[in-house]
Design a protein around this ligand. Structure first.
Ligand code: ATP
Ligand code: MG
Length: 200
């Protein structure tokens, strides 16, 4: 690199650093966050599980509720449910995918939400993961207004991560951080079945 372009690069990076430093300085608040991981791309639940690992590394207490899971033999459940600081609930059992029985599905979902609400009312939980919660909301098995009210009433420093495709707009509006994962390519479409350690 010539001296001239070296100098240009250096001053560009210095300006960039000033902007980044200023915005880091502005972000000086703490808050229990509501994070939403949605979209069709792979990585929603596994990102949430990554945050669980982070939280446990800081000695935080974690609660997990998984909605609608056909497969209950996942590596994350086997690993995290062993941890003393993790409470793991699988609340999906009993859901019928093709809702022949809406009343039954609603009842199951509401029973599940009662379990979640207990965790949301308990300030000893630092992080709560509501994996695949978007589905019972989309199917109207759970009332979105009630769910949002319970989330809003949680302890102010409690973090909540929600995953699942097709999040309702109201949930996006309520969240502090929203990530939409895009599906650019997935090995499944090349006939590759779900792989241990990667997909389950
Ligand atoms: P992961 O748990 O791997 O982070 P996810 O939570 O983003 O995935 P889900 O919609 O919950 O995705 O689907 C879970 C399962 O479906 C995983 O085995 C995942 O690899 C697979 N999967 C995710 N996205 C796709 C896709 N676009 N096409 C096919 N399979 C997918
Ligand atoms: Mg998922």
């Amino acid at each position: 690199m010539s001296n001239d372009s070296q100098q240009k690069h250096q001053s560009k990076m210095e300006r960039k650093k000033q902007v980044v430093d200023a915005s880091i300085e502005r972000a000086d608040k703490d808050k229990g966050l509501l994070l939403l991981l949605t979209g069709n791309g792979k990585g929603k639940s596994s990102s949430a599980f990554g945050m669980i690992a982070r939280a446990l590394g800081h000695g935080m207490k974690v609660g997990v509720a998984q909605f609608i899971k056909g497969c209950s033999d996942t590596g994350e459940e086997a690993f995290f449910s062993q941890q003393e600081s993790v409470t793991w609930h699988v609340l999906g059992e009993g859901f019928t995918w093709d809702t022949q029985d809406l009343a039954h599905d609603k009842k199951t979902a509401e029973k599940g939400w009662a379990v979640v609400r207990e965790m949301l009312n308990d300030p000893s939980y630092d992080l709560i993961v509501l994996d695949e919660l978007t589905y019972p909301l989309s199917y109207k098995w759970l009332d979105i207004d009630k769910v949002l009210a319970d989330l809003a009433a949680r302890p102010p420093m409690q973090h909540v991560v929600i995953t699942g495709r097709g999040a309702l707009e109201a949930l996006k509006d309520a969240a502090d951080t929203v990530t939409e994962l895009a599906d650019k390519k997935h090995a499944f479409r090349d006939g590759i079945r779900a792989q241990k350690g990667i997909d389950l």
